[in-house]
Design a binder for this molecule. Structure first.
Ligand SMILES: Nc1ncnc2c1ncn2[C@@H]1O[C@H](COP(=O)(O)OP(=O)(O)O)[C@@H](O)[C@H]1O
Ligand SMILES: [Mg+2]
Ligand SMILES: [Zn+2]
Length: 415
């Protein structure tokens, strides 16, 4: 990708409405742009990072035998009326009507759709257990959409659902999904703690939230450094001056943002929507469900916030939108040819390269490279070219030079 052709531009300064570091970087680096309050367009660099997060999610879900599926976003109100949530969900649910006056829901989540599907597809205990998931759009009519990608009206969620014959099977699925979520966060470079949470309108047992430590967080967490106990202060009803419930050590307060949430739903939705299976005993039983969600745009912004310095983003390798930022410094024929050759060589070696081919000053190019924060920066300059050299620098590391012929080998070296 050539910077001169890139759709989406960097900003020298963040707009005033961006209060927190993650929000500012998302805008300054050109990852996303606000279209209207609570609705953002993802620009190519933001989309590329999101796709890498998705790829990690697909791998980890496949590893626990999760199967990808997809439900419609615009749904008839009837299944929501049957579950009781048409009335209970509250103002977050966006409602609509079709041309014949039929009531519709723009789905904020998909437990009803999954229970309806399960009622069709699952007949016997032999088909259980199942884990199904999608990575798709959710809509919630948030009263105060703010903080950039933190609280959106339209956002992407990994939502997974487990279907089992009994509570033992639900417990197993819950642990499998919890493990997958933990691996997803670790691979994406996110610092996250799992906390006890409240179930809210979902009901069900053992809700667990995955909270990213973040100065921009709206929640207060109580953490025990001695035994690892962590809880949302809403739930724990404790302050730092109380001791840890488990080990009595002093507690620490920290701000956090919810990135993921997992619930044991039990049979609430399957009973409401008639999702039953025929058991070994020959009798009908309700399917025992679990529900598991992660917000992708929010996760993207928190990754950026947790991996940044004064100059800009320092992407974790696994989710960086591209691998290399290649800078051409100078306008001469020789340096242009050398930079084009380096671009072709790095791409042929399988690296994803952002090539800064613009007629800009070295200062502008260095600043943008630090702001975008790809894992490796390569400089082709007139001065180095005379010495037969190119410069490499890992984001956050020191610059060093290698002979031109060694560029690809040096770029491919693991960090
Ligand atoms: N308005 C939003 N904007 C961005 N991400 C959201 C929003 N609401 C929820 N999410 C993401 O989806 C995940 C699962 O959502 P859920 O637990 O159902 O939401 P909530 O806790 O807001 O009721 C959250 O952990 C969060 O990462
Ligand atoms: Mg939640
Ligand atoms: Zn403790």
């Amino acid at each position: 990708m050539r910077v001169s052709r890139l759709f989406g531009r960097t900003l020298r300064a963040a707009p005033a409405e961006a209060e927190h570091a993650g929000h500012q970087l998302v805008l300054r680096a050109g990852l996303a742009r606000q279209i209207q309050a609570g609705s953002f367009a993802l620009l190519p660099l933001g989309m590329a990072a999101l796709r890498r997060i998705e790829a990690i999610m697909h791998e980890e879900l496949a590893a626990i035998d999760g199967q990808e599926f997809r439900t419609p976003i615009v749904q008839a109100a009837t299944s929501w009326q049957r579950s009781g949530r048409y009335a209970d969900y509250g103002p977050l649910m966006l409602r609509a009507e079709d041309r014949s006056g039929r009531a519709l829901v723009i789905a904020p989540t998909h437990e009803e759709a999954v229970a309806e599907l399960a009622a069709h597809e699952i007949t016997s205990y032999r088909q259980l257990p199942q884990i199904i998931y999608q990575i798709h759009t959710k809509y919630r009519d948030e009263g105060r959409a703010k903080g950039g990608l933190m609280r959106l009206r339209e956002f992407t969620m990994l939502d997974a659902y487990s279907l089992g014959a009994d509570t033992a099977s639900l417990d197993q699925a819950y642990e499998a999904l919890a493990g997958a979520f933990t691996r997803i966060f670790a691979r994406c470079g996110l610092d996250v703690v799992a906390v006890e949470a409240s179930a809210g309108e979902m009901g069900g047992g053992e809700p667990r939230e995955y909270m990213a430590l973040s100065a921009s967080g709206e929640d207060t967490l109580v953490l025990c450094d001695a035994c690892g106990y962590a809880a949302n202060s809403e739930v724990a009803e404790r302050t730092a001056s109380d001791g840890c419930v488990r080990c009595n050590a002093p507690l620490r307060l920290a701000r956090g943002v919810e990135i993921g949430h997992i619930f044991k739903l039990g049979t609430r939705f399957s009973q409401a929507l008639g999702a039953n299976y025929l058991g070994v005993d020959g009798a009908e039983h309700p399917i025992v469900m679990g529900s598991y969600g992660i917000g992708l745009e929010r996760m993207l912004q928190i990754i950026v916030e947790q991996h940044a310095d004064a100059q800009g983003i320092a992407w974790p390798q696994a989710v960086a939108p591209l691998d290399v930022q290649l800078l051409r410094l100078g306008q001469g024929e020789d340096v242009r040819a050398a930079a084009e050759a380096a671009y072709a060589d790095l791409c042929s070696a399988g690296l994803r390269v952002l090539y800064d081919d613009r007629e800009e000053t070295a200062g502008v190019k260095f600043n943008d490279a630090d702001l975008l924060g790809l894992p490796l920066r390569v400089v082709i300059s007139e001065r180095l070219l005379k010495l037969g050299q190119v410069e490499l620098k890992r984001r956050g590391g020191a610059a060093h030079t290698v002979a031109r012929e060694q560029l690809v080998a040096a770029a491919l070296q693991p960090t």
